[in-house]
Design a protein around this ligand. Structure first.
Ligand code: AMP
Length: 421
């Protein structure tokens, strides 16, 4: 036998038994995207590497360590560095916004997308090299109402997919006016402690000191004594954050302040948010996250515009919902078309086609075998009913409930109604 080929490390095959849980979540995504007035946008799965370097920041993990480069065929050095699979959707969406001049459309622009993202990191439980996000972006709205609206939307999403006990963590990392002071304070605090930082954090301290705070290996005692961004907010950022807190209180949406929540990307401003299942607030387990990026559009060559976006991870959401026992229900029941005569294949196919035409989900047995075997196979495949052709052309039909074994004779045009509950 030829050698088997396995899936690339860090990727997952979603087998039919996973599909129902995914489809349920996708249905919630579509429903909420429409109900909250978002318009769909789809951008390419790969972009110029430079877009991510500029859009996410050279010092972000996604760019520095996890970029999934793709070759243009010949695979020369140049080509290898030119393109990368998208690690997140915002940079591509903002690129499209600038490229197509979407700023002239009625503002704010509310966009959503869903699809695979790619990060070349070491695979672990819940961390894949290809994973799916539902992403919402609002461009042209300085908030804080829209910040609260998106947090409420995320909570509704988790509730609607059947996930209980989701908590929001919240922080504000200020803006171009106040962040430099916070950055200085972090440098002053961590520099003398550099030998107690991980090698990674020592590097972060040089390129982006905020990111020392989101190093999982940071000694909790050091973290506890570190300067807090909320203490450094300028008046405008303070007013925005207080406004957001008040709105969340008014909506009775609980949240916890997490001073270490700086998010990895350089162009976040003000609000940063992450969602966890309560009790699982480890870095690896975030179900979703997002924040404001008021500076990004300008960095990518557009007219400055305030913006905010959330990326909610579908893989982790489905896994967490399944762990809580949600999503175990079965799909719509299928009707199996079988026949008393082992060879009535043409008749089965004709009847199956007519029923599909009438909207009935049908599987048709295509093997020449005895009726008993056909029925057994229908039960094994999970069909709810079997329609038995008693003669080769199916002029006389019997409908059998495969769970109870009850049978009745009926005409073809009575079948759809007989199946409705
Ligand atoms: P991030 O932009 O890293 O905050 O990602 C947003 C969300 O996408 C996370 O909260 C996760 O749910 C999901 N996510 C990010 N990276 C991965 C990954 N490597 N594997 C699975 N899900 C991921």
């Amino acid at each position: 036998m030829a050698q088997k080929i396995s899936a690339p490390r860090g990727t997952r095959d979603l087998l039919p038994e996973d599909a129902l849980a995914w489809e349920r979540v996708e249905a919630v995504v579509r429903d909420l995207s429409a109900r909250y007035g978002f318009e769909r946008i789809d951008t390419p799965l790969f972009e110029r590497t430079e877009l991510f370097a500029r859009g996410l920041g050279e010092s972000s993990d996604a760019v520095e360590k996890e970029m999934f480069r793709v070759s243009g065929g010949k695979g020369s050095e140049e080509e290898l560095s030119e393109w990368a699979l998208r690690p997140e959707p915002t940079a591509g969406i903002v690129r499209a916004y600038v490229e197509h001049g979407l700023h002239v459309r009625p503002s704010p622009l509310r966009l959503w997308t869903m699809g695979p993202m790619f990060r070349y990191a070491r695979p672990q439980a819940g961390r894949y090299r290809q994973f799916t996000q539902w992403d919402v972006e609002v461009i042209g709205d300085p908030g804080p109402m829209v910040d609260a609206e998106l947090i409420e939307l995320a909570h509704r999403f988790y509730a609607q997919v059947g996930l209980r006990g989701v908590v929001a963590q919240l922080n504000s990392i200020g803006d171009g006016v106040c962040r430099p002071r916070f950055r200085e304070a972090l440098l002053a605090y961590f520099t003398p402690l550099a030998d107690r930082l991980s090698a990674d954090s020592q590097h972060r301290l040089r390129v982006n000191p905020l990111r020392v705070l989101d190093d999982k290996e940071l000694d909790p005692a050091l973290a506890a004594g570190a300067p807090k961004s909320l203490d450094y907010l300028c008046d405008a950022c303070r007013a925005h954050f207080d406004g957001l807190r008040e709105l969340l209180d008014r909506l009775q949406l609980p949240f916890a302040i997490n001073h270490r929540l700086v998010r990895g990307l350089d162009y976040y401003t003000r609000t940063t948010v992450e969602f966890y299942v309560a009790g699982r607030e480890g870095q690896q387990d975030a179900l979703g996250g997002g924040g404001r990026y008021d500076g990004l559009i300008e960095v990518l060559g557009g007219q400055p515009a305030a913006a905010i976006g959330f990326g909610l991870g579908i893989d982790r959401t489905v896994i967490a919902a399944q762990a809580q026992g949600a999503g175990g229900e079965r799909g719509p029941s299928v009707l199996a078309v079988v026949s008393a005569s082992p060879n009535a294949l043409a008749g089965r196919l004709r009847i199956a086609t007519a029923l599909r035409d009438a909207g009935v989900p049908v599987r048709v047995d295509g093997l020449s075998r005895k009726l008993g075997r056909q029925l057994e196979s229908a039960v094994k495949a999970g069909a709810g009913w079997a329609l038995i052709l008693n003669d080769p052309e199916g002029e006389r039909l019997t409908l059998r409930d495969l769970a109870s074994g009850e049978q009745r004779d009926l005409a073809l045009d009575q079948v759809p109604a007989a199946l409705s509950p």
